[in-house]
Structure formats: structure tokens, C-alpha cells
Design a protein around this ligand. Sequence first.
Ligand SMILES: [Mn+2]
Length: 350
Amino acid sequence: MMKIRVSRAAVVHSLSYQAFVTLATNDNYARGAMVLGKSLRNHKTSKKLVALIGPQMSEPCQAVLKRIFDEVRVVDVLDSGDTAHLDMMKRPDLGVTFTKLHCWTLTHYSKCVFMDADTLVLSNIDELFDREELSAAPDPGWPDCFNSGVFVFRPSLETYGKLLQYCTEHGSFDGGDQGVLNGFFADWPTADISKHLPFIYNLSSIAIYTYLPAFKQYGGNAKVVHFLGKTKPWSYTYDTKSKQISGSEPDTTHPTFLLDWWTLYSSAVVPMLQEQYGDKPFFSGCVACQFSDKVNFESEQDGSCPSFAQALQPGMSSEERKQKWEQGQADYLGMDSFDNIKRKLDSFLK
Ligand SMILES: [Mn+2]
């Protein structure tokens, strides 16, 4: 009888010491982390939530993160006197990468799922903890590499040390953490298929372009959306009155992930930021054009409604756009959005 009780307690203990981990190096990424944390809570995760943050983060942002996450830990590689610091001195170009690798030092958790701050959870994904290190989904650009925006790992100082050593000796073939991790976990593409997470756990909108029929078939099953690329959700502005982002037209036929992000951000995160900032002004990204006295937009000068398109997509010629497309940097949330492409396709098919 006693034995059973002990083992049950051990099980409960190990379950409660699993965590989702994210990283926010500045106030912008902090907004992403807040939305991610909220989305995990909304979908009733039973796991702990941990945010690693950069030392530059403002007090109000730290305060909001502390309300959403169970643990907020400042990670400053330059401040630490350990090997990470020494290795960092040899490769200053890999600063942020070294910061992300710190997640392996969270050894008070037995297993963790790392998620980029530019991801959004659409349903409960606690089942990811059934997977082993290192589990991740294929990268849409090179499927023999995994995308490091979502991955399952086991914190371990031994692994951490080896990762730092690898990082220092080999660097990163893409300049970031994904290159380092794919180099280190080099057998991922071939060794164990159970470590290949389904794409719906790390769905990037880039798939809309590369394989539209598959996106239409499976996109609705998405559990995690990853806003890959330079333009992040928080780079846009949102009209809380018309519920529109950056002048895009409302659409009801297609899952609008960006709108999901803004809906959650404006309803659940902005009120917390407002509380923390108090009377101090801050840029929420939300505008309400119908009430010009409430407009909260940096470039707002004359009290009129700012042009979203102008503010966010400073004049790009179609030639420049084509070039960006071919470099895989489509403006998939703006001019090259699914809706716009669909409209174009439809016009050809008529
Ligand atoms: Mn990312």
C-alpha cells in the first residue's frame, strides 16, 4: 500500500515538473510571449510556463509576464561567469543563440517543450510531452532539417555543456539556433520517426504558398501557428473597432491566424499592459480610428486615422515584391496574403 502511494506521488511530481518554455529578448518579443502564454492557459495546459527574458526588458513587460508565467528568469550570458560566457566571447555573433540554449539549464524540470515567442497555440498540446528529446517538426524550407520554433527537450547540464562546445567549435550554418541544433542533433532526419512532430504542431503560413492544396486540406487541423519571417504579428497594427489588421479585408472563409493573435492580444494582454504602465504612455499596436482621442499610434500626428498600408509596407515596387517572393520573403500577411492570392487565382479561373 505504501509503495503504491510513493510511486503515485512520484508520477504526480514528474508531471508537475514539465514546462513550456519560451524566450523573449526584448519588449516586442515579450508581447509575443504574453500571447503565447495566454493561449496555452486558455487551452488549459496542465504544465508549468517558463519565460526566459533578456536583461533589457522593461519593468512593466516583466510584470505582465510574471502574471502569465509561473517562472520568469532573466538570462544574461554576458553577466554569467560560467562557460557560456567564455564561449560567447569567442563567438559574439551567436549571442541570441547562446541565450536560447540556456533552456537546457532548467534542470528542475524533467521535460520541456520550447516554443518561440512568435508561435500561437490553437488547442491543448500537452500530448507533446509524450515525445522524447529531440522532437520537432520539419522546416518548411528544408524538410531534412527540423524547425527550432517548437521542440521537445530534456534539460541537462551535460547536454547544455556539449551544445555550447559544439556551438563554439562549429558555429551555426544559418547564424541562429536552428543551425546549431540541427548540427548537434544531426541524426534527427533519419534516426527515429517518432521524433518527427506532425507539421500541425508548427505550421508556418509559408505553407500557403508552397503547397496551397495541402494547406486547404490540413490547415484547419493546425494546433500551433508559427509566424515565421521578418514581419511578426506585433509589427502590424490592429483596429479594435473594425477588427481589421493593417487595412486587410475581413474574411470568414479562411482561418485567420493573424486575427486570432490580435484578438487574444487586444482582449487579454493589452488590459494587463495598461494596468502595469499606468499613466505612462506605451505603444500597444491597437488603434481605434472611430475615437481619435483614443488613438494610440506612434506616427499619429494630426489626429486623423493613420494609413495602415503606408505605415507598415512603405512603398514597394512590384519588382521588389517579386524579388522578395523568390527569396521566400513573401509578405504573406499583407499584400501577398492568402485572400489576395485567392482573389487573383479566382480571377484567372473565371
Ligand atoms: Mn520563430
